[in-house]
Design a binder for this molecule. Structure first.
Ligand code: DHB
Ligand code: FE
Length: 312
């Protein structure tokens, strides 16, 4: 038996009322969005014959997600972060903007306030001895293609256990471990020493993982390094690189992998390279140049100032 009530005039009237569209106060935009989302939800309940048990299972899951602070974790898992990136790309294409360095999702684990330096920083505190030493460097270019001295490169990544400082369930990492802000030097160059991160997995047993499991999916990401890059007169770029060779590069639960964001990893074991980087053994080197884009009519048309981010 298939009962449908969505098209009934009283149900349509109910949607208008519950969205506040019949009242003067409140925000017209909130009303518009709420009306649309509730309309789609009512229709789905009707069309899919969503049972009360299924509905209340969903509500309990939303409570669990909120209590765990994981709305920002499941958002990329359900592809919303990537979809928003695809829309930003399409908007750029429509107004003729090319992004030589592709954007990709921020993820939920940035923390504001990392230590700052000019030209170079060491990101790790040396305690993750499983990690292979990484030297990463490159030039930040402006919209005119020229190097951009003073460009701000914010970088963050996880350790070899897949844990980020400030979100480490073992509490073993000091604040801002593997998080730094580097201002490009007078030649527009940034450089850092760290370790190669491992892949990341959503917290085991978490509501995020429970939904992914119910979809027959995993909650793993390939090894990656996050960046915000900003400079006067340019749009802030949010992106990541993947560590070449990771088996999950094309199987990222957060859908962040993009062409142009998997730079080569060069293994260095020659004395000259080791010496030049003040190291005492072999290391991995990644060279990656970054290209920023100009403001649009004098403003950054992509900023998301409302996004809540952790501050230490
Ligand atoms: C998630 C974690 C990440 O480290 C990331 O880069 C993107 C998403 C997450 O848990 O959803
Ligand atoms: Fe991440």
């Amino acid at each position: 038996m298939s009962v449908k009530i969505f098209d009934r005039p009283d149900v349509q009237e109910f949607l208008t009322v519950l969205s506040g569209l019949d009242k003067a106060g409140g925000s017209p935009r909130m009303k518009e969005i709420t009306h649309r989302l509730m309309t789609d939800l009512f229709r789905a309940i009707d069309d899919l014959n969503i049972t009360p048990d299924e509905y209340w299972t969903g509500i309990a899951w939303l409570n669990d997600i909120g209590a765990a602070g994981q709305a920002g974790l499941i958002s990329p898992g359900l592809g919303l972060d990537h979809f928003i990136d695809e829309r930003l790309d399409a908007i750029d294409a429509a107004i003729g903007i090319e992004n030589p360095t592709p954007r990709t999702i921020e993820g939920p684990l940035y923390v504001a306030g990392a230590p700052e330096s000019v030209g170079f920083a060491r990101l790790d505190d040396g305690r993750d001895i499983e990690g292979q030493t990484l030297i990463m460097h490159g030039v930040v270019h402006g919209a005119d293609g020229k190097p951009l001295p003073g460009a701000k490169v914010e970088v963050w990544h996880c350790d070899t256990r897949g844990f980020y400082s400030h979100f480490d369930p073992t509490g073993l990492q000091a604040p801002f471990n593997m998080r730094r802000t580097i201002f490009a030097d007078e030649n527009g160059r940034y450089k850092f020493q760290s370790i190669l991160p491992s892949g990341y997995g959503v917290p085991p047993g978490s509501p995020t993982e429970r939904l992914l499991s119910a979809l027959g999916r995993h909650g793993q990401r390939p090894a990656h390094i996050h960046f915000f890059i900003s400079a006067d007169g340019h749009r802030k770029l949010t992106t990541q690189i993947n560590i070449e060779g990771d088996p999950l590069i094309n199987d990222d639960f957060a859908y962040a992998t993009r062409e142009g964001l998997v730079p080569r990893v060069m293994e260095r074991d020659d004395e000259a390279s080791i010496h030049a980087n003040n190291l005492n053994g072999p290391f991995a080197e990644i060279e990656w140049d970054i290209y920023l884009t100009a403001l649009v009519d004098g403003v950054d048309n992509q900023v998301n100032e409302q996004r809540k981010r952790a501050a230490a």
